[in-house]
Structures are given as structure tokens and as C-alpha cells.
Design a protein around this ligand. Structure first.
Ligand SMILES: *Cc1c(COP(=O)(O)O)cnc(C)c1O
Length: 223
């Protein structure tokens, strides 16, 4: 029952008000079942096909979060059931989520992903572009999506000070967007940051959703 023990250890380390997203990508259904039986109900996946298969195989009371780069042509497969998309990185993608949500008579909660890490390969809005995005009229016309906060990944480095600086920067951007655009919008309250290696630092800087994979399920085997 290693998964149960790992889960309990992570849960015990969570700050008040922080939701644990168990990142189960690349792990088999059995591993998710074990976490489910230990009470976990929020799971994060980063590939559409894998998410669809796991959604079909597992109980209905799971909240499925999509955390990876989402291609517009695949939104339709997850729109009927996904409960939160963490990784919205363009207006084009948001418009497609909106379109598919309307088709299923849903409003899908979304986070805007900020690009903050040093790595070139990570997706997301540059901090300097987020204001322009927030002001676009097209954004406010969308009825099938609700922006409930921001998501970011820190650099993959052992330098804790740098990681903390990045989380602090994201928190500042979150606060300023909240103040400027969502001051009367209580739903804009989620800040998704922190993974197995850095979630304690993320919680110090106001994270409300931590995305923890390997610390619960062990190392992923990429096949
Ligand atoms: C895989 C992944 C995680 C989990 O990473 P761990 O280091 O295994 O905790 C978190 N967030 C995103 C966006 C991921 O792709």
C-alpha cells in the first residue's frame, strides 16, 4: 500500500486550503484505483487519450484536471467531463474550449498558464502579454469558460531561491490581475503551482492547487 502511505504523507504536509491534484499520467489504472480507495478524488493528466481512457475506467465522482499542453483539435474529447483545465496558453485554445463547452451545455473552469521558468520549452503566456489578453473583448464574450485563476511551473533547478522568486513573481501577477479584473469575482481564486520537488515552496507563496505526481505514485515509466 505504498500509494496510500505516500498520499497520507503528502496530505499531512499540505497548508490549509490547498487542494492536492494527484498527477497520475503514465501510471496504470490500478495505481489510480489505489489512490481512489485512499480517498483521493482529484486527478491530473496531461494526455487527452490517456485521460479519456482513465475517465471511462474509473468512478464518476472523480474530478479530472487537464494539466498538459492541450491541442485545440483534442478539446472535444475531454469537454464533456473535464473539471479544470490548468494549461490555457492562448486565446485560440480558450475559444475552442468555450465552443466545445457550449456544445455540451457546460461552463468549463480554466486557469491561464503563465510562462515563468527559464526553460525555453515551457508553454504559457509571457507575463508582459497577460494584460493585453485580459483586456481583449473576445475573452469577455466567451460564455462557456470561466477563468478561475492562474497556473505556472517554476524552473527545474536545485536553486530554491530562484524557484521561490519565480513563485513570488507569479503570486504578484495573480494579485494584480485579481485586483484589476476580478475584484468582484470570488471564483478567481485558484493558483496552481508546485510539483513533487517544489510544492512546499509554492505553498509559501500562496499556491491553492498543488500538482503532485512522483511523490505519490513513484517514478513514471515513459514507454
Ligand atoms: C507531470 C507534471 C506534474 C507532476 O510532476 P511530479 O514532479 O511528478 O510531481 C505537475 N505539473 C505538470 C504540468 C506536469 O506535467
Amino acid at each position: 500500500m505504498a500509494i496510500r502511505d505516500n498520499l497520507n504523507e503528502v496530505r499531512a504536509s499540505l497548508a490549509e486550503g490547498v487542494t492536492l491534484v494527484a498527477v497520475s499520467k503514465y501510471h496504470p489504472i490500478e495505481a489510480l484505483k489505489e489512490a481512489y480507495e485512499a480517498g483521493q478524488r482529484v486527478f491530473g493528466e496531461s494526455h487527452v487519450q490517456e485521460l479519456v481512457a482513465k475517465h471511462e475506467a474509473l468512478p464518476d465522482d472523480i474530478q479530472w484536471h487537464f494539466i498538459g499542453h492541450l491541442q485545440t483539435n483534442k478539446v472535444k474529447y475531454i469537454a464533456p467531463f473535464v473539471s479544470l483545465v490548468h494549461s490555457v496558453d492562448s486565446l485560440k485554445l480558450l475559444k475552442e474550449i468555450d465552443k466545445q463547452a457550449v456544445k455540451c451545455s457546460r461552463v468549463i473552469d480554466c486557469l491561464l498558464q503563465l510562462h515563468i521558468a527559464q526553460e525555453e520549452t515551457k508553454f504559457g503566456f509571457d507575463p508582459e502579454d497577460i494584460d493585453t489578453f485580459m483586456q481583449s473583448e473576445e475573452l469577455h464574450a466567451l460564455k462557456g469558460v470561466k477563468i478561475v485563476g492562474l497556473m505556472a511551473m517554476a524552473s527545474n533547478t536545485d536553486d530554491d531561491e530562484q524557484v521561490e522568486n519565480e513563485f513570488a513573481q507569479v503570486k504578484d501577477i495573480f494579485d494584480s490581475i485579481k485586483e484589476r479584473y476580478y475584484v468582484n469575482a470570488p471564483w478567481f481564486c485558484q493558483l496552481s503551482m508546485g510539483m513533487s520537488g517544489d510544492y512546499p515552496l509554492a505553498m509559501k507563496h500562496g499556491s491553492t492547487l498543488v500538482r503532485v505526481g512522483s511523490k505519490i505514485f513513484g517514478e513514471r515509466v515513459y514507454t
